[in-house]
Design a protein around this ligand. Structure first.
Ligand code: ADP
Length: 476
C-alpha cells in the first residue's frame, strides 16, 4: 500500500522541502505535521516542470490518459478510510462527512477519466465552395489551481481531473490549513502512474505562490475556489498575461420555504444545506426565508432537529458537527449572532460557544431575523440558521436576489407553476428544488454575478481547460 502521509511538496515527481510550518488539528490545536514554506522560486520550478511535461502528456492518446486517471480513482477509493481520517484530522469535519468528501473527490476523477475520450470537435457547413470548416479542441497548457480548506480533497480533483483529461498539466496550491490531503492525493496520483511534472503541489506563502502563478506567461489558465476578495485580486493579477479564469467564489444562498411546501422535507433539506461541514461551505443556506403560513411550524421542527445534533471531535462516534476551522471563523460567527440578537432576533437553540470551548460553536437557530442585520449580507460560514418571515412570492424572489452573489439557491414548493416561476426568476447559477444538496460530478457547478466565472463538473468542466481551434481547409 502506498505511504501517502507526506509532509513535503511535490515538484516534478520529487518530494521536496523541509518541515517549517506546523499544521494543527482545529479540534484541539495539536500539531499533526510540519510542512515546507515555499514561495515564488519553487513555484517557478514547478511551472517549468509542468511546462516540460505538457508536450508528452498532451500527446498521449485520450485512452491512455483516461487509464491513468481511472487508476488514480481506484487508489483514492481503495484508501478512502485513511484519506478520510487524515482529512478529519487537518480540517475537523466529522469522519462520515470526510469519507463522503473523499468519495465525492474520487467521483470527479472517475467522471473525467471517462470524459477524456469525449472531447469532441465539430464540422461546420462551409460558405466557400472549395473550403471546409473543422473545429478542434486542444488542451490550453499549464494550469494553476488555488484551493480552499473547506473541501481539501474535492476542490482539487474537481479542477485537476478535467485538466488532466484534456491534456493539461497543473501546479496546485492547497489552502495553508489543509495541505496534507493534497499531498496524499499527489502521492496516489504518482502511484497511479501520472508522469512526473503533470501534477505539482506547493504549500507555503499564498501571495508569493499566487503571484508567481499569475505573472507567468507559461500558465494559461487560473482556476480558483475561495473568497470573492481573493478572486478579484487574482483577476487583476492575471490581466497582464490574459489567462483563462475559472472562479468559484463566495455565496449567500437563499433557502425558501413556501406555504405549499412539504415542511418536514424542507426541515431535512435545511439541516443538510445549513449544517454540512458546520456551515462552512459556499453553498450553505445563508438566509432561510419562510412564508408566514408555515413559519411557526418550520421553526419549531427545525429547532427540534438542530437540538439532536452532536458536536464534538470529528473522529468520535455519532458526531455530526466538528469545530470551526480557526479562531477568526469563531469570532465572525459570534459577531454576526451578536449583531442579529442586538437588533431583535431570538435564539431558539444555541447562540453561543459550545461547552467544549475552543472552536466548537453550538448549532443555532435564530427567528425574527430581518434584512437590516449584518448576516443578511455576509456569508456566515458557521452553524447558524437565520429564519426570515415573508408573505408573497414576488417579495421573496426580490429579497433572494438582493445580493451581489449568485451561487446556490434552494426552495421548497409543490405548486408546479410556482416551481417554474421561481426557478427561472432566481438569479443564481444553481437552483435546488425540494432538496438540500445539489453537488454532483455530473452537473455544472458554478455561480453568476460576484460568485464566479465558469462551471466545474459535468462536460462543461473541461471547457476552461481547452481552446477551440477553427481550421479552414481551403483549395479543395
Ligand atoms: P477562505 O476565506 O476560504 O480562506 P481565501 O480566498 O482566503 O478563502 O483562501 C482560498 C485560497 O486562496 C487559499 O488557498 C489561500 O491560501 C489562497 N489565497 C489567499 N490569498 C491569496 C493571494 N493573495 N494570492 C493567491 N492565493 C491566495
Amino acid at each position: 500500500m502506498t505511504e501517502f502521509h507526506k509532509e513535503q511538496c511535490f515538484i516534478n515527481g520529487e518530494w521536496l522541502g523541509k518541515g517549517q510550518t506546523p499544521i494543527t488539528n482545529p479540534a484541539n490545536d495539536v500539531q499533526i505535521a510540519l510542512v515546507p514554506n515555499m514561495g515564488a522560486d519553487e513555484t517557478k520550478k514547478a511551472i517549468a516542470a509542468a511546462k516540460a511535461a505538457f508536450g508528452p502528456w498532451s500527446k498521449l492518446l485520450a485512452k491512455e490518459r483516461s487509464a491513468i486517471l481511472r487508476k488514480w480513482y481506484e487508489l483514492i477509493v481503495a484508501n478512502a478510510d485513511e484519506l478520510g481520517a487524515l482529512l478529519t484530522k487537518e480540517q475537523g469535519k466529522p469522519l462520515a462527512e470526510a469519507k463522503g468528501e473523499i468519495m465525492y473527490a474520487a467521483s470527479f476523477v472517475e467522471f473525467y477519466a471517462e470524459e477524456a475520450k469525449r472531447i469532441y470537435g465539430e464540422t461546420i457547413p462551409s460558405p466557400y465552395p472549395d473550403g471546409r470548416i473543422v473545429v478542434i479542441r486542444q488542451p490550453i497548457g499549464v494550469i494553476a489551481a488555488i484551493t480552499p480548506w473547506n473541501f481539501p480533497a474535492a476542490m482539487i480533483t474537481r479542477k485537476v481531473a478535467p485538466a488532466f483529461a484534456a491534456g493539461c498539466t497543473a501546479v496546485v496550491k492547497p489552502a495553508p490549513d489543509t495541505p496534507l490531503t493534497a499531498f496524499a492525493l499527489a502521492a496516489l496520483a504518482q502511484e497511479a502512474g501520472l508522469p512526473d511534472g503533470v501534477l505539482n503541489v506547493i504549500s507555503g506563502d499564498a501571495q508569493a505562490i499566487g503571484g508567481a502563478m499569475c505573472e507567468s506567461p507559461d500558465v494559461r489558465a487560473m482556476t480558483f475556489t475561495g473568497s470573492t476578495a481573493v478572486g478579484k485580486i487574482l483577476i487583476k493579477q492575471c490581466a497582464d498575461t490574459v489567462k483563462q479564469m475559472g472562479l468559484e467564489l463566495g455565496g449567500n444562498a437563499p433557502f425558501i420555504v413556501f406555504d405549499d411546501a412539504d415542511v418536514d422535507a424542507a426541515v431535512q433539506g435545511a439541516m443538510v444545506s445549513k449544517f454540512r461541514n458546520a456551515g462552512q461551505t459556499c453553498v450553505c443556506a445563508n438566509r432561510i426565508f419562510v412564508q408566514s403560513g408555515v413559519y411557526e411550524e418550520f421553526s419549531k421542527k427545525l429547532t427540534i432537529e438542530v437540538e439532536k445534533m452532536k458536536v464534538g471531535f470529528g473522529d468520535e462516534d455519532g458526531v455530526t458537527q466538528g469545530p470551526l476551522i480557526n479562531d477568526a471563523a469563531v469570532a465572525k460567527v459570534e459577531r454576526l449572532v451578536g449583531d442579529a440578537v442586538g437588533k431583535g432576533a431570538s435564539v431558539t437553540t444555541g447562540g453561543k460557544l459550545h461547552e467544549l470551548g475552543g472552536r466548537f460553536y453550538e448549532p443555532t437557530v435564530l427567528t425574527n431575523v430581518t434584512k437590516n442585520m449584518d448576516m443578511t449580507t455576509n456569508e456566515i460560514f458557521g452553524p447558524v440558521a437565520p429564519l426570515y418571515k415573508f408573505e408573497t412570492e414576488d417579495e421573496v424572489v426580490e429579497l433572494a436576489n438582493a445580493t451581489e452573489f449568485g451561487l446556490a439557491s434552494y426552495f421548497y414548493a409543490r405548486d408546479l407553476g410556482r416551481v417554474w416561476r421561481v426557478a427561472e426568476a432566481l438569479d443564481y447559477g444553481m437552483v435546488c428544488i425540494n432538496s438540500g444538496i445539489l453537488s454532483t460530478e455530473v452537473a455544472p457547478f458554478g455561480g453568476v454575478k460576484e460568485s464566479g466565472i465558469g462551471r466545474e463538473g459535468s462536460r462543461h468542466g473541461i471547457e476552461e481547460f481547452t481552446e477551440t481551434k477553427y481550421m479552414l481547409m481551403s483549395g479543395i
